[in-house]
Design a protein. Sequence first.
Length: 366
Amino acid sequence: MDLSVVIPCLNESETIGICIEKVKNQIQKLNIKAEIIVSDNGSNDGSQDIAKNLGAVVSSCEVKGYGSAVINGIKNSSGKYILIADADNSYDFNDLSKFYNKIEEGYDLVQGCRLPSGGGIIQKGAMPLSHRLIGNPLFTKLTKLFFGIKFNDVYCGMKIIRNSFFKNANFFSNGMVFCLEILIKSKILDAKTEEIPIVLYKDGRIKSKSHLKTVKDGLKTLKFILISSPKWMLFLPSIIFFVIFLILILSFIISKTSLSITNVLFAIMSFYLSFQLFMLGLFSSLRSRYLGLSKNIWLDKFFKIFSLRLSVLISTILIIFPIFLYYFSSSIFENDLIKILMSFFIFFGVSLIANSLSISLLSLNK
C-alpha cells in the first residue's frame, strides 16, 4: 500500500463527502495504491454512513480527542505514507499530490504551513483572529526557541508522514497537542522534515461548530511545553534565583554590616526558589524523557553523583543538626536570626527528602 489518508471525524456530515471525493480524484491522478481511513470519534449525524458509501474505511475511536482519532486512524492504516487532514474541508485535499511528491523525495514528515510567515495563505474567516495573531504565532515561536524546530506553523493539521516514523515515535497525546508532539519527536528522532505553504479555507460546515476550544487547548499547550522544555522553563529561572542568592551572600560578607531579618529571609527565599525550581526541572526532565519528548543524556550523569541515599543523608544531617545544637547550647537560639536559620535547615531537610522521594518514583533505580 503506497498511501493511507487518515481523516479524523466528529459530526462532519456536511463536508466529509467532499473531502473523500477530492482524495479519490487525487489517488486516481497519482495512479497509486491507496486507502482512505475515516477515524470516527463518536459522530451521531450520519458521517460514518456517508464515508462508507463513498468507499472509505471507517474506524471507530472511543477515546475522545483529536490526537486519539489521528493515532487510531494511523494504527489501522497500512500505507507506506500517511496523509492527515481534517474533515471540515478547511484543508484542500487537492493538495494531496503536492504532499505525496514531496515526501517521496526522502522526507519522514512534510507539514503544511497556513501562516504568511511560511508562505501560507489564510482566507478571510478561516481562522479566528486570536489564533491567527496570538495563539499560533506564540506557540510557534516558543517551539522554535525551546526545541529548535524550524516549522512556521506548529498547529497546521495537514501533514504527511512515513508509517515507519510513526511506529518509532510512540505517540500518546489525546488532544490538539498531538500536533506539537509530532514535531518535537521528529526533532528528537532526527527525522528529515520539510514544510510547504498551503491555503487554509473557511470551515465548510454550517450546522456543526468548530471542535477547537481556545482557552482550554491553549492552556494544555502551555502545560505540554512546560513539561517538554524544563531547561528554559525551570532550570534557567533556578540558576537566576541561585545567582541572586550568591550576590546577597557576597554583599553580606563585603559590607560587614549586621544582618537584618529581612535580608536573611530574602536570601533564604531566593535559595529555596532556586532549589524548588531545580527539583521541578528534574521531575519534568524525567517525565519528558519517559514520554519520548527529550533525550536528556545528562540525567544519567547527574544521578551517578546525586542519589536518593545521598539525599536522605543530607536531609538527616540538616534536620538533626539544629536539634543537636539546641541540646548542647540552647542559649544560642535566643538570637532571632539563629532561630530562623535553624528552622530553615529543618524545613529544607524535610523538603529535600520529600522532593527526592517524588523524583525517585519516576526513576526507581536512582
